[in-house]
Design a protein around this ligand. Structure first.
Ligand SMILES: Nc1ncnc2c1ncn2[C@@H]1O[C@H](COP(=O)(O)OP(=O)(O)OP(=O)(O)O)[C@@H](O)[C@H]1O
Length: 309
């Protein structure tokens, strides 16, 4: 890895809550500049992983480093931005005052930076903390996580409670972090919320990391529907037997099919005729993902599953 220190390195990282499995045997490395989407249904172990990386809880066994250091090292925390899954914001103090306080505590983040983020996310900072709506609370949480431009952002369900336009702005903020060479770990239970910004996604189920995939590779594997319309009828034979092309239907001046992987062969076959219109649906990655999600629901897994409770 060119001697680069991984931002997260976990080996056999395991947490049991009594007999209950929170996370078992996590092996994972996240590299600098990477956006890693951490996906799993409720109760799968996402928050447990994040709490271990932040040293809020200690592993039952195994180890992890964050920015090359022990998660308990006091130097780590200042270099991280963290959005908790459930923000405990209360009291009469205004959101803006709270952020100002945190900004000063983090070495004097400029007010203009807070204001810029608030504007982008359409956050109302004049509201007392105890009266913030769910969406506004989430925005305040995001502002405090991003404002000091930390090297590593850990975001637990960052998009929950955000309306679609604000979600887009949030994703733009994540892309800027990556463009700076900084690193993001974000959890979600919906692939669609992370696939457009993540370089890789990991899927956890019942406390185990069951897959890690590059999003680009998933996209190549995904099946998608394509329609081609020509200026005159085309011979169906011209499209038969192309690699990755299935369910081909040629009717008059139109061809529809599904492609499995790269569209290259289809495009080259079509280019021999005059294409007047092309429709290609976005690959449905969710479908691929659901195969990982499905299966036996052993959410209440216990140590040595044969043992009585
Ligand atoms: N403090 C705790 N005490 C006992 N069990 C816990 C505790 N925290 C989590 N668990 C259990 O550990 C497992 C993993 O939970 P975790 O909160 O990490 O999942 P999650 O993927 O973050 O889910 P969610 O999306 O609901 O937050 C679950 O079975 C959960 O019930």
């Amino acid at each position: 890895m060119n001697g680069m220190t991984a931002v997260v390195e976990a080996e056999g990282l395991t947490k049991f809550y009594g007999q209950r499995r929170g996370l078992e045997d996590l092996d994972l490395a996240i590299q600098p500049g990477e956006v890693f989407g951490y996906l799993g249904p409720n109760g799968s172990g996402k928050t447990t992983t994040i709490r271990l990386l932040l040293d809020v809880i200690r592993p039952t066994r195994g180890r992890a480093t964050v920015l090359g250091l022990d998660p308990g090292d006091a130097k780590v925390r200042a270099r991280i931005g963290y959005l908790p899954g459930e923000l405990a914001l209360a009291g009469r103090e205004r959101a803006g005052q709270y952020l100002r306080f945190l900004a000063d505590a983090r070495g004097g983040v400029a007010q203009a930076r807070i204001d810029e983020l608030a504007e982008r996310l359409e956050a109302d900072l004049s509201v007392p903390m105890g009266k913030l709506s769910k969406g506004n609370k989430q925005k305040v949480g995001l502002i405090q996580a991003f404002m000091h431009r930390p090297e590593f952002l850990i975001l637990d369900e960052p998009t929950s409670g955000l309306d679609p336009l604000v979600q887009q702005e949030f994703l733009a903020m994540v892309r800027e972090v990556r463009a700076d060479g900084r690193t993001v770990l974000m959890s979600s239970h919906v692939l669609a919320e992370v696939e457009h910004v993540s370089d890789r996604v990991g899927i956890v189920r019942s406390g185990r990391l069951v897959a890690v995939e590059e999003v680009a590779a998933l996209r190549e594997k995904a099946v998608r529907r394509v329609e081609l319309h020509f200026d005159a009828p085309v011979p169906p034979e011209a499209f038969e037997g192309l690699p990755g092309v299935r369910d081909l239907r040629a009717a008059g001046a139109s061809v529809t099919c599904t492609i499995d992987g790269r569209p290259d062969a289809l495009i080259k076959a079509a280019a021999r005729f005059t294409v007047v219109h092309l429709v290609s649906a976005e690959p449905d990655l969710e479908e691929i993902f659901l195969t990982y999600y499905s299966g036996e629901e052993d959410q209440h897994a216990r140590v040595g599953s044969a043992k009585p409770a």
